[in-house]
Structures are given as structure tokens and as C-alpha cells.
Design a protein around this ligand. Structure first.
Ligand code: DOR
Length: 436
């Protein structure tokens, strides 16, 4: 493998307050030098590939706690290979795969298959999340010990909520013996039966049944009590309400072991986006109101919400080009997450430091993965960004097999040029599009 020198790049890593124009030299899978002009003596070497990083950023590689890879069972929407390519194109070096596949990942064999396939492909790493209950049925716990041994980094019934308090208590008790996070999709299904979107004025206007905030808040409040009671570790998936933010904030103040994630779409869009019945905007939990969006942004800014997660949920036109009530909820997110969120950094909603932390160290910590970092001696897991590049999000060019996003056609500023995993290029935009 030729050595790689990224020359004159703005290296930015909030983990150790690095923000400097440096050279970064990679030999094999390791960063061996990092510092101003640290690679000048290598410029003439024909065994070193030199990338001119002038005016570019180098960030630690991103980590996504929440992706739906659709394998096994729905490979026409996505599979391990396409999701890992999409992840690399979005700057991710590690992604976690939710278990709501067909069949559900509730057994060791499926975790082993996913781990084996992803390893054979190389590039972005895949970390399965096992189901909490068999078949996501909400009743019988899975063998978490087996799942953990096979490679699961957390447990979740995502797509469904563990509504039964007794089952949730046992889930906390079982998972905490391995310090696995219990990742909850918080939705009291009795309050959301037949719901199509957020319960509010827009739902009334459109004549669609509503999903009230309280259906999320009730579960979060109960789960936090159970987490405190059992000592278990709780992670709230795709927080969508201002109530959730307040509950998580108060729980952290009490010292409960809790973390939370927010998606790009819940940070950027409101229920008004559904006014044209666009099924690309149908997602679960639903897009909410301005006051929720503000609370989520503030929660991310002050660390109440630990991290950003994509909830990358690919669907084909078979599930989306349908009357609104029949369409499946979900949006793709891996390839647009960072560029769309840079908009919020520019608007001052939160700092670049906070965004990078929320996409690197913070999610890695929640699932106990080594956090990507830019230091001498660290594994070369990083992403090269052109912060000035203005471009249009075009789903037809996605690496993902699916195109379902309400951000199609959006002008964004900031582009992922390349992603390196353990020193190897998992993605490089072609030179004519910017990689110099
Ligand atoms: O919108 C969603 N889509 N929310 C979920 O929780 C599941 C996901 C999916 O699997 O499509």
C-alpha cells in the first residue's frame, strides 16, 4: 500500500482541541506524522501519494448508530454492499445496522452473516444491533449474550417500541450484564394506531390521522425510570419532541445512564413539509413543529442530545409512490447527513465542534467503538471535506439503491471528497469533481 500524505489541510478534531493547518502522513493503517509541514521531506518521494489539502478540512471519520441496511430480506432496497458504499460516500467509517430485517436479526446466525459479509467487502465497518425481543414481537427476550459475542454493539426493536414495562425491565437487566445500550424506538403504539404524521394543525388540514408527541414522551419518561431502577444503559433513538429533550436533560442531571440521538431531518424539517402530501416526508417518528425543531437543536448544542444518527431508511418507489396512508415511513440519510447539517452550523444553531463531536467521538462512545481521531499513532480513519463546494443533492447519483429523500434538489455547501478506513480509501470522489 503506498503511503499517503495529505498536505496543508485544516485538521479538526475536537477530542483534543486540534484545529490547525498541517500535513498528515499515513503509513499502512496508521497516522505516523501530523503537524505543520510534517511531510515536506516526502514530497519528492515516488512511494508517497500526495493529496493537496489546501482549503480542505480533514475530520475524524463519522460513526452512525442508526442505519437500515435491509439485508437480509429486502435487498431490492439496500444491502450490505450498497449501504457501506453509501456510508463511505457520506464520510462514515462505522455504521450500526438496525435489526428490523426480514427475518429480524434476533439470532446469532444473522449477526454472523452481516459481520462476515461486511468484513469481506472491506471499507466502512458494519456493527449489527440485535433485536431486544424475538421477531420484534415485544414479548420474549433474545439471547443477548450470543448476540454480543457474535458482534452486536447494542440491542433495539427499532421500528417497533418495547411497550411492555416488564419486558423493558428485563431487557435493561440482561443488557446491563454486558454493558450493552438498550436503544429504544419510543412510541406508545396505543396512541399512534393508524397515525400518518405529527398530530397538529397540518394533520387536521390534510385529513390525516395524527401521532401525538405524548406517545413518545410517555415511553421516554417510563424508560428513564426503569433505567434508574435497574441501572441499565438507555439510548433514545431518533428523538423528535421537545418533551423528550426536557426529559433527557433532567435525567442526565439526576445521573441516569442515558444518551440520545437526533436525525438530520428532525433538525431541519417540520410537519409543514407534508402539506403537498409528499411521501418522501413520511417518517417515523414524524416531522414535528418549529418548537420541537428548536428544542432539538438546543439539545444538540448543549450536549443533552449526544449525537446525530441518520436513521437511513431506504425504500423503493414500490413503497413510496403510493397514496400517503399506504406509503412506508423512512428516508435515506447517509449521503446527505453532513452537508445538510453544515447549513445549521453556518446559521449558528450549533458549532462545528459540536457537530463533529456528535458524529464521531460521541456515537462511538455509546456503542463502545474506538473513536476515530486525528493523532500520531491513531488508525487512519478520516474524511476529507471541501467546505466551500456548492452542489445539488441528486439522489440519482447516490451509492444507495434507494432515492427516498425530501432533500432531493437541495443546494448544499460542503462536500465529502474522500473517506479513509484504516488507511485505505473507502470512497474518493473522482479528481474532476474536486479531489486534487
Ligand atoms: O421511518 C422509519 N423507518 N422509522 C423507523 O423507525 C423504521 C424505519 C424503517 O425501517 O423503514
Amino acid at each position: 500500500m503506498p503511503a499517503l500524505l495529505v498536505r496543508n489541510v485544516r485538521a479538526f478534531d475536537p477530542q483534543h482541541l486540534l484545529d490547525a493547518v498541517v500535513d498528515v502522513f499515513v503509513e499502512g493503517d496508521t497516522i505516523t506524522r501530523i503537524g505543520p509541514n510534517a511531510g515536506v521531506d516526502l514530497l519528492a518521494s515516488d512511494r508517497v501519494r500526495v493529496i493537496d489539502g489546501t482549503n480542505l478540512w480533514l475530520l475524524p471519520g463519522f460513526v452512525d448508530l442508526h442505519a437500515h441496511v435491509r439485508e437480509p430480506g429486502q435487498e431490492y432496497k439496500e444491502d450490505v454492499k450498497s449501504s457501506l458504499r453509501a456510508a463511505a460516500a457520506g464520510g462514515f467509517v462505522d455504521i450500526c445496522a438496525m435489526p428490523n430485517t426480514k427475518p429480524v436479526n434476533d439470532t446469532r446466525a444473522i449477526t454472523e452473516m452481516l459481520v462476515y459479509k461486511a468484513r469481506a467487502l472491506g471499507g466502512t465497518r458494519l456493527h449489527p444491533i440485535g433485536a431486544i425481543t424475538m421477531g420484534l414481537g415485544g414479548k420474549e427476550l433474545t439471547e443477548m449474550a450470543d448476540q454480543r459475542d457474535a458482534g452486536c454493539v447494542g440491542v433495539s426493536d427499532d421500528g417497533r417500541c418495547v411497550v411492555n414495562s416488564g419486558v423493558m425491565r428485563r431487557a435493561f437487566e440482561y443488557a446491563s450484564t454486558f454493558d450493552l445500550p438498550v436503544i429504544q424506538h419510543a412510541e406508545d403504539h396505543d396512541l399512534t394506531d393508524g397515525a400518518q404524521m405529527h398530530e397538529g394543525a397540518v394533520a387536521t388540514k390534510l385529513g390525516l390521522r395524527g401521532w401525538p408527541r405524548v406517545a413518545e414522551d410517555i415511553i421516554v419518561a417510563r424508560d428513564l425510570m426503569l433505567a434508574e431502577y435497574t441501572g441499565g444503559r438507555y439510548h433514545l433513538a431518533h428523538a423528535s419532541t421537545k418533551g423528550s429533550v426536557a426529559l433527557i436533560r433532567a435525567a442526565k442531571e439526576r445521573g441516569i445512564k442515558v444518551s440520545a440521538e437526533v436525525t438530520p431531518h428532525h433538525l431541519l424539517l417540520t410537519h409543514e413539509a407534508l402539506l403537498g402530501y409528499d411521501t418522501a416526508c413520511k417518517v417515523n417518528p414524524p416531522l414535528r413543529e418549529e418548537s420541537d425543531v428548536q428544542a432539538l437543536r438546543e439539545g444538540l448544542a448543549d450536549g443533552t442530545i449526544d449525537c446525530v444518527a441518520t436513521d437511513h431508511a431506504p425504500h423503493s418507489h414500490l413503497e413510496k409512490d403510493l397514496p400517503f396512508a399506504e406509503a412506508s415511513p423512512g428516508m435515506v440519510g447517509l449521503e446527505l447527513c453532513f452537508p445538510v447539517l453544515l447549513e445549521l452550523v453556518r446559521q449558528g444553531s450549533f458549532s462545528l465542534t459540536r457537530l463533529v463531536d456528535a458524529m464521531t467521538r460521541s456515537p462511538a462512545r455509546i456503542v463502545a467503538l474506538p473513536p476515530p481521531t486525528l493523532r500520531e499513532g491513531a488508525r487512519a480513519n478520516f474524511v476529507l471535506v471541501d467546505p466551500e463546494a456548492t452542489w445539488t443533492l441528486d439522489p440519482a447519483r447516490f451509492e444507495s439503491k434507494s432515492r427516498n429523500t425530501p432533500f432531493a434538489g437541495r443546494q448544499v455547501q460542503g462536500r465529502i471528497l474522500a473517506t479513509y478506513v484504516d488507511g485505505v480509501a473507502a470512497f474518493e470522489l473522482s479528481p474532476e469533481k474536486g479531489l486534487r
